[in-house]
Write a protein that binds this ligand. Sequence first.
Ligand code: ADP
Length: 605
Amino acid sequence: MHEVKTPKKPLIFYYCVALLLLALFNFLAMPWLAQRQIREVDYGTFMSMTENKEIGLVEVQEQSNQIIFTDKDGATVYKTGMMPDPDLTERLHASGAKFSGETIEQTSPLLSALLSWVLPIAIFIGIGQLISRQMTKNMGGPNAMMFGMGKSNAKVYVQSSDGIKFSDVAGEDEAKENLTEIVTYLHDPSKYREIGASMPKGVLLVGPPGTGKTMLAKAVAGEAGVPFFSMSGSEFVEMFVGMGASKVRDLFKQAKEKAPCIVFIDEIDAIGKKRDGQVGGNDEREQTLNQLLTEMDGFEGNTGVIILAATNRPESLDPALTRPGRFDRRVPVELPDLKGREAILKVHARKIKVAEDVDYTQIARMASGASGAELANIVNEAALRAVRDGRKLVTQGDLEESIEVVIAGYQKKNAILTDQEKWTVAYHEIGHALVAARQTHSAPVQKITIIPRTSGALGYTMQVDTGNHYLMTKEEIEAKIATLTGGRAAEEVRFGTISTGASNDIEQATKLARAMITRYGMSEDFDMVALETVNNQYLGGDASMACSAETQAEIDRKVVELVKASHRKALDILEKDRAKLDELAKYLYGKETITGEEFMDILDA
Ligand code: ADP
């Protein structure tokens, strides 16, 4: 798709042109025009005109040595040089000429008024017209605002041969199915009109960042072959109240002209947040939202304008925006599952040269939890790595390494760990892996490494999920917490002391333990009572407490108990398996990176 933009000249450009024209006119044209009106004659002509009584006004300019005079009806102005002529005054008087008390107008009064007043005004009016026409064109209407502030700036993508299609969006089958109906409608709205069905005016795409919401919207336009207007929610909000509303009006006006078409508003939460009615609320944002609501109500269901909007904070949207008749259809665009990840990897691998033996399923497994955007990034990183190593094809190794780059950053080649630190990291990582492997519910290990990364991780254990998990049992969560505490437990078992290396584990373990009690109803005391509400489901899942201070204190105690119990369990496992712990840590220390298979071989030996 390609973008069509109107070239714009800044306003200052027109002002400069106006000033330049005026200056040129005053300095060059005016004197020239004025000069042209005076006819220079010789003294003889002047004398004979005096004799024939043909002179109207006369003025003797002694300073410049010249005589200016007009004919009887004052239509032409003449000029001649002065001669010693003592009787001149009398002869002139006798001829009936009038002696001028003031300077003779060298041009006719009409012409002079024309030149000094009418022409400059005309120039200004002309330039004003030019500017206003330009502004009207940019803003799409004579009621447009000053200085281009009220225009919508929507990027218009028109259909072209390289437009994005549904086949470019891998996975997300449910979302695609949902949107296919809209494509069918845009192809032939009459079919729907005949039966009296109306399409939803607005479709809300919700999901975490990077899952392909923008892509899906573009794909709908690409499949339907209609124009695609795209604008981000934050672009509507301006410094002055009312500007955003004007932009909304303009956008819809343009869209209606181009119907059938798709209007896509990205990050709609920027304008669609709940109006809370607080004193000092954001007037501009609320006005913009009101305008959007009005516009959506304003057009008929079957005009062929479909509004798609994307957000990753659906819970913060104003209920008026999501009511039937506005954004009444919600299409979830979730993080891809195993199959989805594999498909996305394959779609992006089409753009690069890949070795034939690459196992996409394996890569998809390793990249569990990655979004579409991250997977696209992984494939690109792999290609960059292949180029860096001077290879022509991307290999399995490249893809695996790039997953780690995307997850944990680049390898820190010159980070020098002391021997003791390296041993500590080796035990820590083997601790995680061993506790995970010994608990039946934990996923097996894929890879363990103790090469420091730029993200700050000194080493990590990559766990592999074997299939799709939509539910987790209480035991599985407990096992996960135990695995997280396994690193610290291994340090204690081996060295009898503890280090700072477990901070991230501690954070995650605590989060999980808290969620078990406050959100999943997994503690006996509180049963199925919601003690927390999640605010941002798709953005890290921040939660806010919904209970009394005493209950909070009780929750804190329970969390500590739970984590302590899991820690104890991890310590037990490792103490029982001390020999394997030492053997594996030594192996990892020597090799720095080991695979899940090597790990399991030693464990089962
Ligand atoms: P969002 O709008 O959800 O934040 P985008 O649609 O902008 O995400 O996606 C960002 C990039 O991620 C896309 O340009 C594309 O390369 C990649 N991507 C995301 N999801 C998919 C998918 N399902 N299939 C193929 N590529 C995807």
